[in-house]
Design a protein around this ligand. Structure first.
Ligand code: A2P
Length: 332
């Protein structure tokens, strides 16, 4: 089996390589592709070095599965021709996520959809994945009618250059030097700002709209009322989210905790006595979505509302790991 990682030099691509190495995929099954800028770069892989090649149509010939994480433009240019040539593309970009003939899949949520593909499967938005992994197991027991979510998003979602920018800016601020944002539109060190995606006339940004539309698609339920506020925080790689849920029927916080304790891909971190709850530094590098602060929302006298807080690694479950779990679904 030949697997290509497209965008292998990027933050998500590197994480894909590290997960494939952990899963003992042999180096000779792997093709690392990126832009012409990176052609010839050597990347360490499972005790050896692999050479990055330029992404071209020919470079994908004979590839069985291609994991794309090189931006929507690259996907639009290369994914469909590759699929037409027999490669199954699992794409991390937003290019085709909402297309009706492209499954959008989180293995813990809608694994059955993965098998309906026509050569192209989309990996959802990172904030959406982290929320959906936590919400889905509750939704199955007591349908969720409304979601109010506020995100605290790491800079990794904007790529490896944004992560480096946060490191560099942090040093400069501590040294009393001026900073000049280049990758993200505002200073990321010691700052919090509204998500850097375009805002439409309704006042929502693209990230917020993805959280609504992609959740509807994967849950197969367009009636769930969802509103999101997406914000960047000076964190390298784990997203946090405050989530308020209103269910169809009254539900107790203990019931929610029991459901989440048994849910795949979730780890309950809810130590009230120790005031210890999900934190980005604990979620970073982990596979599970951490869930805590599970409590009844007292502002809803019907007893149908629950508040909670989640953290998940944007590069792993929010991107690379989810894509590789989709690959596993198709190959096992
Ligand atoms: P390169 O490093 O050669 O620019 P990130 O999300 O961390 O910014 O990474 C983006 C990834 O997508 C990188 O591996 C980058 O490669 C790759 N990429 C960007 N543009 C292209 C392109 N036109 N063709 C192939 N790969 C691309």
């Amino acid at each position: 089996m030949q697997i290509a990682v497209v965008g292998a030099t990027g933050a998500v691509g590197q994480e894909m390589c590290s997960i494939l190495a952990q899963r003992r995929v042999p180096a000779d099954c792997l093709r690392l592709l990126a832009s012409a800028r990176s052609a010839g770069t050597r990347v360490p892989y499972a005790g050896t070095d692999l050479t990055v090649r330029e992404l071209t149509k020919d470079a994908l010939a004979g590839v069985d599965f291609a994991l794309f994480s090189a931006g929507a433009e690259t996907t639009r240019a290369f994914a469909k021709p590759a699929a037409a040539n027999g490669t199954v593309v699992i794409d991390n970009s937003s290019a085709f996520r909402m297309d009706s003939d492209v499954p959008l899949v989180i293995p813990e949520v809608n694994p059955q959809d993965a098998h309906q593909h026509h050569g192209l499967i989309a990996n959802p938005n990172c904030s959406t994945i982290i929320m959906a992994v936590a919400v889905w197991p509750m939704h199955r027991v007591n349908p969720v009618r409304r979601i109010i979510v506020s995100t605290y998003q790491a800079v990794s979602g904007a790529g490896a250059a944004a992560m480096q920018e946060l490191r560099d800016q942090t040093r400069r601020v501590l040294d009393g030097q001026p900073v000049e944002p280049k990758v993200l539109p505002h200073q990321s060190a010691f700052n919090v700002f509204s998500h850097d995606s375009p805002i439409d006339e309704s006042g929502y940004n693209t990230e917020e709209r993805k959280m609504v539309n992609e959740t509807h698609k994967m849950f197969h339920d367009n009636t769930i009322r969802i509103t999101a506020t997406c914000v960047r925080v000076p964190v390298l790689r784990a997203h946090s989210e405050s989530i308020n849920l209103t269910f169809d029927q009254p539900i107790r916080a203990q019931k929610v905790r029991d459901i989440l304790e048994a849910a795949p891909g979730v780890r309950v971190v809810d130590d009230r006595a120790g005031n210890c709850f999900p934190m980005s530094i604990d979620a970073a590098g982990q596979d599970e979505v951490l869930v805590g602060r599970i409590r009844q929302d007292r502002s809803d006298p019907s007893g149908c509302s629950i508040a909670l807080f989640v953290c998940g690694d944007q590069l792993r479950k929010g991107a690379a790991l989810n894509a590789i779990q989709i690959l596993n679904l198709l190959t096992s």
